[in-house]
Design a protein around this ligand. Structure first.
Ligand SMILES: *Cc1c(COP(=O)(O)O)cnc(C)c1O
Length: 365
């Protein structure tokens, strides 16, 4: 085969991001012929018995790995997390027509702006005053008691913050954008009305969007909701109303099998905490580099950092690239660097990055 392990570099991209090498090898092995079906998964009819088996297995392992209760549906959709910014209000803003949002970054802001087109939305807190470098304190008395939902972006991919404590929303369904933290640690699904995530950070290739929704939230979409944007359409048809992203779902199956074989989400959490600690500990001791987020709000998945000097930042990113550390440039709104260290990033990747940062510091500080 043409698969050359030696040419794979450490990719710190925020998304699409690294996938486990084991997963890519299995996908490569099965590329031309899946088992004894005489065809690639990509070429299978989504209505075939062979593909349905892959699909059912994917859902079953996701349910097992995330302990998703019976009264939640799992939907495999397209359109990215960005489509959910509209799909959530179209389906959920159906009683009071009100919803609350915590503005913790650009994705949260986009979810808020889009929902505002369909109802009365309130930003209950924001951290925009300090470039979204923290999770704002929430005051329950500011929450809308009869809101149809309360939206958070659980891990803020661009700014490197995360919620470590969920807002107490009482009976108001909590909706979470988990695009950049799903499968990184265990979550109690029962605490949420709806969880959504684009696959390209921690689950598989771009093109697949996973929605985990409590059943009672399905079936009351606004009349003008496009058929394809109605959760009921997909729930009633087992995500096969139209052609689902078949290959992406298959890769998710392989990723979930890899997670399961690695010890599940508890093991992922330990693995991710270890990696993040290596990087943050170095940043906190460095004279040159500094993390942009402090304390408990620090993300385990996305670690932004700066030198305080834009030219030096650019030099670092370029030199890092030449040493095989890819995509370390920070988001344009934060500047500096960002290391995204999702499940698939091995510990050695972070250790080697820190080694390189130490060398860079020694020659540039
Ligand atoms: C990447 C990302 C998005 C956008 O995802 P698309 O699939 O490109 O629409 C939304 N929210 C968060 C938290 C993200 O990390």
């Amino acid at each position: 085969g043409g698969f050359n392990v030696m040419s794979r570099l450490y990719n710190f991209s925020a998304g699409p991001a690294m996938l486990p090498e084991e997963v890519l090898k299995i996908a490569a092995d099965e590329m031309l012929e899946y088992k004894t079906t005489g065809q690639s998964v990509m070429e299978m009819s989504h209505r075939s018995k062979e593909y349905q088996a892959i699909f059912d297995e994917t859902e079953a392992i996701l349910r097992e790995v995330m302990s998703i209760p019976e009264n939640y549906k799992v939907l495999f959709l397209q359109g990215g997390a960005s489509s959910q910014f509209a799909m959530v209000p179209l389906n959920l803003l159906n009683k009071s027509g009100k919803a609350d949002f915590v503005i913790t970054g650009q994705w949260a802001k986009k979810a808020y702006s889009e929902a505002k087109r369909y109802g009365e939305c309130k930003a209950v807190a924001s951290s925009e005053d300090k470039t979204f470098s923290y999770i704002p304190k929430l005051d329950k008395s500011t929450f809308t008691p009869d809101a149809d939902y309360f939206h958070i972006c659980q891990n803020n991919t661009i700014y490197g913050t995360r919620f470590t404590e969920l807002p107490d929303t009482g009976n108001v369904p909590l909706v979470a954008d988990m695009s950049s933290c799903i499968l990184s640690e265990p979550v109690d699904v029962t605490k949420y009305g709806l969880i959504y995530a684009g696959a390209q950070k921690n689950m598989g290739p771009a093109g697949l969007t996973v929605v985990i929704i409590r059943e009672d939230l399905i079936g009351n979409a606004k009349d003008f909701t496009p058929t394809m944007f109605n959760y009921k359409t997909h729930a009633d048809n087992g995500s096969m109303f139209n052609t689902p992203p078949t290959y992406g779902i298959y890769i998710l199956k392989l990723v979930l099998e890899w997670i399961k074989a690695s010890g599940g989400l508890e093991a992922m959490k330990i693995h991710n905490e270890k990696k993040a600690a290596i990087l943050y500990d170095f940043l906190d001791s460095s004279k040159l580099f500094k993390a942009t987020v402090q304390g408990k709000d620090r993300s385990l998945m996305n670690v932004p950092f700066v030198t305080g000097n834009e030219e030096l930042d650019a030099k670092f990113v370029a030199e890092a690239k030449s040493k095989g550390f890819l995509n370390l440039k920070g988001h344009r709104s934060v500047g500096g660097m960002r290391a995204s260290i999702y499940n698939a990033m091995p510990i050695e990747g972070v250790e080697k990055l820190v080694e390189f940062m130490k060398e860079f510091e020694a020659t540039n500080a």
